[in-house]
Write a protein that binds this ligand. Structure first.
Ligand code: ARG
Ligand code: ZN
Length: 845
């Protein structure tokens, strides 16, 4: 059934303390709970404890046996009208828990995932984030390492006790038990407290992959002290790497649990992109200690309160470690390709949704990334000083609270005196605003006219104007900046802004630094785009001008069969030659929009996209680019060689990224010679994979692919890359066949989300292959999603989003995709998770 934000009611009891004892056994773990409850005088009501897939053995109230009414969802019981102690023993089966929610086993190790509502699969409890308590946990099990939240209190042979002094909601509970090796470290906080740090992994090869994560953790701890004044608050901070995990990682208090792909790193097995992502996720989970744990969410509708803010914080952190410009461009690419896609389709929802059936379906790019954009807009509007002042007040006022978006906005209103009523629409209104722009110039005065509209989204036909911070600069005709960046604050549907005292009509640079998550609609000549690509002082807009140009060139190639535009090719050559530009920036500046981005752009222009035509145009443009700059490529590749031992730092990674971009172009015209050489000589995974991908891209590299497989057979994470690459690089008409063949490999394991995603995420990401006119890829994915749903609803539901764009395409493809969605929907016993997703995709025009 559907849960609504407007139905929120506090729980009728408070929890004064929680004692849990775990007697671990793979298929019959016993959990004994002892929980002190008090009636919540202000909100009297029923005593209901959530519980799912837990077998009740006995229950007592104040030491007296009771017989509660148990259903699929939980239990109710008659209770005293005064504080009382609830005790219960339940049995659960971690070894058969393939949903990877609650307590489960992964390669013989016990671990938990409780966010959002997994704790109810461990024992009966008020499993809601506004019920907070202090937990004491005893673990009994014949395993060398037994971990839970907080500080260790005591341990002996086959048991350990933990106490977490910070009240927390059940979703932050964690338990890990196994034969694990610790990679230790330590950190001294700003007030001089020593914190013991550990990264726990399975003994063996993984032990050599912890060093980077440990250093990243220390950098994060220091950064949160320096930038936000936030200090760590326990004696110990543990991270555990788990192979089977539905998401990236989880911020459980003092015991973060990570998908091993998001923490384990070594130069030989991880790419530069892996290192960057790992550092960002370690920072993200660590930052949750304040934004999420010390201050949590009142209910799950407030998810963006912790996620949007924590993503924003991890983005700031990554920018500080390397280049803010490059990070901003990367984030804008993600927003446009994934969040705009979501916002434009049947799954569109506000940053703070108003209803849901299954909360796990709302851990979305909108809640996370658009949620972070909203924080960024707020910071831009109030300024840095006011932003940090408001954050300080937030931490001071709400420490220990389960808070709301209203609480968050209130601290900004209180520190700045601003009225944020209208700004708050960003939390409530789904859809991406379109900003239409026109301009005029007379007698030294330049005027920009803006109109905003937001298209209807499911359940929201009417949209009100948003508060949009538009960062603008003006350039003179010869490329001088005559107006440095100012932030225009648009609050109405139509609004004009004047710039006086100019001597000629300027060229505007609009939405600098991607100052708002909106789509600009402006008639602009390619000459003007090329001008901005060459002269804009704002790195984001310099990059974006090239993007706009590329999009226009591709659109004409696709819809008009035009030849690649020479002006664009010259622009690319100029960027490549400009050694004064950061290599990472140059690599981004010569990259094309993705094929899915192009499908979205065409759809926005009311053209039905043909993924195959898009694919051919992108390929043709890349060949033309390669030919146009062929004389520069060998020099770039030579200049971008990073000598000395591998380091993942931003500067070295940036050089490699430009070198790899040059290699991809060169491979289109040299028959693969440079790629084969790169592969053979590589001493790190970034370059090894670059060589292999380039070869597979031109239909070569079979021998290298086999060799790669032999070399990395025993490394799960590298084998995930191998599985994914084979599908990603397959020619469109073969992609489904390749994916199907891979599912027959002995080391394909659908129970492992990383492996399943490697194959089927790559299939969905191979746009022309996924949308092959045969419909084979659609049906193959549909079949596997139905199989997966029976064992892992969460990952299945998430992967159904491959079909969210189905209405973009022509009749044949629409019909094929709709049939797959209907088949999934008609599956008996379908999970609530998947049913909700498929229902939304089919239901909303
Ligand atoms: N809070 C975690 C993070 O953002 C994500 C956990 C999501 N889990 C889930 N079941 N949806 O770091
Ligand atoms: Zn998070």
């Amino acid at each position: 059934q559907t849960i609504h934000l407007s139905d929120y009611r506090p729980f009728a009891y408070t929890v004064d303390s929680v004692h849990l004892t775990f007697r671990l056994a793979p298929k019959a773990t016993r959990v004994i709970s002892k929980i002190a409850f008090s009636p919540n005088a202000a909100f009297p009501g029923e005593f209901f404890l959530h519980g799912q897939d837990v077998k009740l053995i006995w229950a007592k109230i104040d030491g007296v046996d009771v017989t509660p009414d148990v259903t699929d969802a939980g239990l109710t019981c008659a209770v005293p009208d005064a504080p009382f102690v609830w005790e219960a023993e339940v049995e659960i089966s971690p070894a058969t828990n393939t949903a990877l929610e609650g307590l489960y086993t992964s390669n013989g190790m016990y671990c938990t995932q409780c966010e959002a509502e997994g704790f109810r699969k461990i024992t009966f409890y008020p499993d809601r984030p506004d019920v907070m308590s202090v937990f004491t946990v005893r673990i009994e099990g014949d395993l060398p390492v037994l971990l839970s939240n907080g500080n260790p209190v005591n341990s002996g042979d086959g048991w350990a006790e933990w106490h977490d002094p910070w009240p927390k909601p059940a979703y932050l509970f964690a338990l890990v038990a196994g034969d694990l090796a610790a990679h230790p470290g330590s950190f001294t906080t700003m007030s001089g407290k020593d914190v013991a740090l550990n990264i726990y992994v399975r003994p063996g090869a993984d032990e050599g992959k912890c060093a980077f994560g440990m250093e990243a953790l220390k950098r994060s701890m220091k950064w949160d002290e320096d930038v936000y004044g936030r200090e760590y608050d326990l004696d110990i901070f543990n991270i555990v790497a788990v192979d089977d995990f539905n998401m990236g990682a989880m911020e459980n208090k003092g015991l973060n649990v990570f998908n091993s792909s998001c923490v384990l790193a070594s130069p030989e097995t991880s790419t530069d992109a892996n290192f960057e992502r790992i550092e960002a996720i370690i920072a993200h989970e660590y930052f949750h200690n304040w934004t999420g744990n010390r201050i949590t969410c009142r209910d799950w509708f407030q998810l963006c309160l912790k996620e949007g803010l924590t993503v924003f914080r991890d983005q700031q952190y990554t920018g500080d470690q390397g280049s803010h410009a490059v990070k901003r461009i990367e984030d804008a690419i993600t927003m446009r390709s994934r969040q705009f896609r979501e916002d434009n389709g049947p799954l569109a929802h506000p940053v703070r949704p108003e209803s849901f059936i299954e909360i796990n379906n709302f851990y979305t790019i909108t809640v996370y990334e658009k949620g972070a954009e909203v924080i960024g807009m707020l910071k831009r509007l109030v300024g840095d000083e006011a932003y940090y002042k408001a954050c300080d007040l937030y931490f001071e006022r709400h420490d220990g609270d389960a808070a709301t978006i209203e609480d968050w906005l209130q601290v900004f209103e209180d520190t700045t005196g601003r009225d944020l009523t209208r700004f708050k629409r960003w939390y409530a209104q789904a859809g991406t605003p379109r900003l239409t722009i026109s301009d005029d110039y007379a007698d030294g005065t330049y005027t920009l006219h803006f109109t905003q509209t937001t298209p209807a989204t499911p359940g929201q036909d009417e949209k009100a104007p948003q508060v949009i911070p538009i960062a603008v600069g003006l350039l003179s005709q010869n490329g001088e900046e005559v107006q440095p960046t100012v932030v225009l604050e648009m609050t109405e549907t139509y609004q004009s802004f004047r710039f006086d005292g100019l001597t000629e009509k300027p060229i505007p640079s609009i939405l600098r630094d991607f100052s708002a998550p909106v789509i600009l609609q402006r008639e602009q000549t390619n000459a003007e785009r090329a001008f901005l690509m060459a002269h804009d002082t704002d790195p984001f807009n310099k990059w974006d001008a090239g993007r706009a140009l590329a999009r226009d060139v591709l659109t004409k190639m696709i819809t008009k069969d035009a030849a690649p535009d020479i002006a664009y090719l010259d622009g690319v050559a100029a960027i490549l030659r400009d050694d004064s530009l950061d290599p990472a920036f140059r690599a981004l500046a010569i990259s094309l929009p993705s094929e899915d981005d192009m499908a979205q752009a065409l759809h926005d222009d009311a053209v039905t996209p043909d993924p195959l035509a898009i694919h051919r145009a992108c390929e043709a443009l890349k060949v033309a680019m390669a030919q146009h700059v062929q004389d520069i490529l060998p020099r770039i590749m030579a200049d971008m060689i990073v000598s000395g031992p591998y380091s993942p730092d931003a500067k070295s990674a940036g050089k490699r990224s430009l070198g790899r971009a040059a290699l991809m172009l060169l491979t289109r015209i040299d028959g693969g010679a440079a790629a084969a050489k790169t592969y053979a000589e590589a001493d790190n995974m970034t370059m090894q994979l670059a060589g292999l991908s380039a070869l597979l891209m031109i239909g070569k590299g079979d021998a290298q692919s086999e060799a790669f497989r032999d070399q990395w057979r025993n490394d799960r994470l590298v084998m995930d890359k191998w599985f994914g690459l084979a599908v990603a690089m397959a020619p469109p008409e073969k992609a489904a066949m390749v994916a199907q063949a891979l599912t027959q490999e002995p080391d394909f394991d659908m129970k492992n989300p990383n492996r399943f995603r490697a194959v089927f995420g790559a299939l969905a990401g191979n746009a022309a292959g996924f949308h092959d006119p045969s419909g084979d890829a659609y049906r193959l994915l549909g079949t596997w999603l139905i199989k997966l749903d029976a064992i892992n609803p969460q990952t299945t539901a998430r992967m159904t989003t491959a079909f969210e764009t189905w209405r973009r395409y022509g009749v044949t493809r629409q019909t094929q995709m709709r049939e797959v969605l209907e088949n999934i929907a008609a599956t008996s016993g379908l999970s609530r998770d998947t049913a909700e997703m498929v229902g939304r995709m089919l239901g909303n025009p």
